[in-house]
Write a new protein. Structure first.
Length: 319
């Protein structure tokens, strides 16, 4: 009778897949998962390499949201708690997923994490908390190396401010109107969603001259029919409707905001591309001066691939 019970127990272990225990006895051998992760260039908002103790969440079958911390000396991740290390059982391949940054299961709802991309989260040392990365991989007992290739799941919007016609820029405050800043990230499949019944909110940033007049925003992917851009410098304010914005996950949208001294018109350029390696491209800027449209093509570096562009001129609301 005891032999029968032991046989049934061994079979249950054989078919349970990933497990957080080391079955290394005579009956069965479990291979400990070796987890590595790469961040492709331009994928992570804050740096492109892992730093000591960066923590990801890993899921494999019944092992859900296991925290793994980066160990720089081994260039790999180790379970924060050795007893929770994932072991691969059986002869089949196992599907694993990983995400960054790690969040405790207690703050999730069915794998979803609440996300807010408000102004407080756009401070450089806070953006990494909303810069969600996600990856999948397969591994097996015979090949336990889990090689995650993480991709960016949020959207990034960059603004660069330039003085034109000899104008020297001062500190700038700008506001985007028409975006939704509350949503969620799914740690299981890497998707994002806008929270139900969420209203649009203004998103303002202060850009001091010492910051090289550049800024980046990490936003929830979304499509909106109308976004407005408002800029204040000194005692002057400018406002322009930017029409629709289709902010896709894993894309970066680049705006060049040029302020001319002659009529203080703002020129905006958008270049859009998929998250890939950095490649060189052309930036097209459409300017308006004295009611005449002028198209100029200058050499520039497109970010995360090349794509569509859009030019927008502004109006001075304090004339």
């Amino acid at each position: 009778m005891k032999r029968k019970v032991l046989f049934v127990t061994v079979l249950s272990v054989l078919f349970c897949g990933c497990n957080s225990y080391d079955y290394s006895g005579d009956d069965i051998m479990g291979a400990k998962a070796v987890i590595r992760g790469t961040i492709s260039e331009a994928t992570r908002t804050v740096g492109t390499t892992w730093i000591e103790s960066d923590c990801i969440g890993v899921t494999c079958d019944n092992d859900v949201n296991i925290p793994y911390k980066y160990i720089e000396s081994s260039l790999s991740f180790m379970a924060s708690d050795e007893e929770q290390s994932i072991y691969l059982l059986g002869k089949q391949n196992h599907a694993l997923s990983g995400y960054y940054p790690f969040m405790e299961t207690s703050v999730m709802t069915d794998g979803w994490i609440a996300v807010e991309t408000t102004a407080e989260k756009q401070i450089p040392d806070q953006q990494s908390t909303i810069d969600f990365l996600y990856a999948t991989a397969e591994a097996s007992r015979s090949n336990p190396l889990v090689d995650f290739d993480f991709n960016h799941q949020m959207t990034r919007v960059d603004f660069k401010f330039e003085g034109r016609d000899g104008l020297v820029l001062d500190d700038i405050t700008y506001t985007l109107l028409g975006l939704k800043l509350q949503g969620a990230f799914n740690t299981i499949d890497g998707t994002t969603a806008i929270a139900e019944n969420t209203l649009v909110q203004p998103l303002s940033q202060n850009i001091p001259v010492s910051q090289n007049m550049q800024t980046s925003l990490v936003l929830l992917p979304q499509e909106t029919s109308e976004v407005a851009f408002q800029l204040t410098m000194g005692d002057k304010s400018y406002y322009k409707k930017m029409e629709e914005m289709d902010l896709r996950p894993g894309h970066i949208y680049t705006y060049t905001v040029g302020i001319s001294q002659k009529n203080e018109t703002i020129y905006v350029t958008i270049e859009r591309g998929e998250v890939q390696k950095w490649i060189e491209g052309d930036r097209q800027e459409i300017s308006t001066s004295n009611n005449a449209n002028v198209t100029e093509v200058v050499s520039g570096a497109s970010q995360w691939g090349t794509g569509d562009y859009q030019g927008i001129d502004s109006q001075d609301i304090n004339k």
